[in-house]
Design a protein around this ligand. Structure first.
Ligand code: SF4
Length: 180
């Protein structure tokens, strides 16, 4: 196994949900700052913080949104105001944004978000009942563009073992991209 410590910081860049950094971008004007994780990842990687909801033009604060399955099409609808529909805004932004992220070698996301969750985001039916879990729309766009890119939710990187495995996956992906 490669020794993580020999890899130099800033040679490899990964994306990170911006609310996991000390940055106020969430709908409720809070963040989910995970200092321990940020410090750990920063040993190995340059971090590229991105908030898809802010970058697509939504404000801080903003109404909370959630994923709704409408006739097998996933939409992004207001949690409290069902007339609020930011589906096209968020999906169009995401599809364009990910095209510019070919330089990333991995991505750490915030769980359960309609933009950033990896399989953890609740999906509701039109009656407001939760029917499933899935990916946030930005994650869907990213993995569609880069299906082999290592991704993880911050919550899954609490243990040293999980963190080390993620770092190794990023190293391997970055090397494979260089070999292309
Ligand atoms: S989960 Fe994603 S979209 Fe939501 S605040 Fe964090 S970075 Fe922004």
């Amino acid at each position: 196994m490669r020794n993580n410590k020999v890899m130099k910081k800033d040679n490899i860049c990964i994306g990170i949900s911006q609310c996991l950094t000390n940055s106020i971008v969430r709908y409720d004007e809070k963040n989910k700052y995970n200092k321990d994780l940020i410090v750990y990842l920063s040993q190995y990687f340059k971090l590229n913080p991105i908030c898809p909801e802010v970058e697509c033009g939504l404000s801080v604060p903003r109404p909370a949104v959630e994923l709704v399955n409408e006739n097998n099409r996933i939409k992004v609808i207001g949690r409290d105001d069902k007339t609020l529909d930011v589906t096209d805004k968020l999906i169009n932004y995401s599809k364009e944004k990910v095209k510019a992220l070919s330089g990333l070698s991995g991505y750490v996301f915030k769980s359960r978000s309609p933009s950033c969750g990896i399989g953890s985001t609740p999906i509701f039916n039109l009656n407001g009942e939760q029917q499933d879990y899935g990916n946030g729309v930005f994650v869907t766009a990213l993995l569609s563009q880069y299906p082999k890119m290592p991704v993880a939710e911050g919550e899954s990187l609490e243990s040293e073992t999980a963190r080390n495995e993620f770092v190794q996956m990023v190293f391997a992906y970055e090397q494979s991209e260089q070999d292309v």
